[in-house]
Ligand binder design. Structure first.
Ligand code: ZN
Length: 134
């Protein structure tokens, strides 16, 4: 039986893609699991988890800028908290990623990293990681 790991992420902007790959790699290493599956989960309604490019920072900028066009900050939303755009963008990203573990490492493309996708920051967030051996 394996435990559920977690770590904190501090986001700095309203919209912010924070690279969490080092924390996920460290948890996989700590678990001692060589082969299996890793689920990375955000327990928040306005912040998701995504995988995308780690090389050119303009890609992160373009993703966030385009999401702002698709889901404007104000668009006659009903939700009284005033952060419907953040809820919608987080749902578009999704709240978890499932990653293959091979040889004690996450299987990611050379240009891929794992990101916490903040849409209602800055905030302190928690990311959960469950590792299943197999
Ligand atoms: Zn809300």
């Amino acid at each position: 039986m394996s435990e559920v790991y977690s770590f904190k992420v501090k986001t700095s902007y309203r919209n912010h893609l924070v690279d969490i790959t080092p924390q996920v790699k460290e948890i996989i290493s700590k678990s001692g699991v060589k082969d299996g599956i890793c689920v990375v989960f955000s327990s928040h309604t306005t912040g998701g988890i995504t995988i995308n490019e780690n090389a050119d920072p303009d890609v992160k900028h373009d993703i966030l800028t385009e999401l702002d066009k698709i889901v404007p900050l104000n668009d006659g939303y009903l939700h009284c908290e005033g952060n419907s755009a953040a809820h919608i963008k987080a749902s578009l990203m999704g709240f978890s990623q499932t990653i293959i573990i091979s040889d004690s490492k996450p299987v990611l493309g050379i240009w891929q990293d794992i990101y916490f996708a903040e849409f209602d920051g800055p905030r302190n967030r928690t990311v959960y990681v469950k590792i299943i051996e197999g």
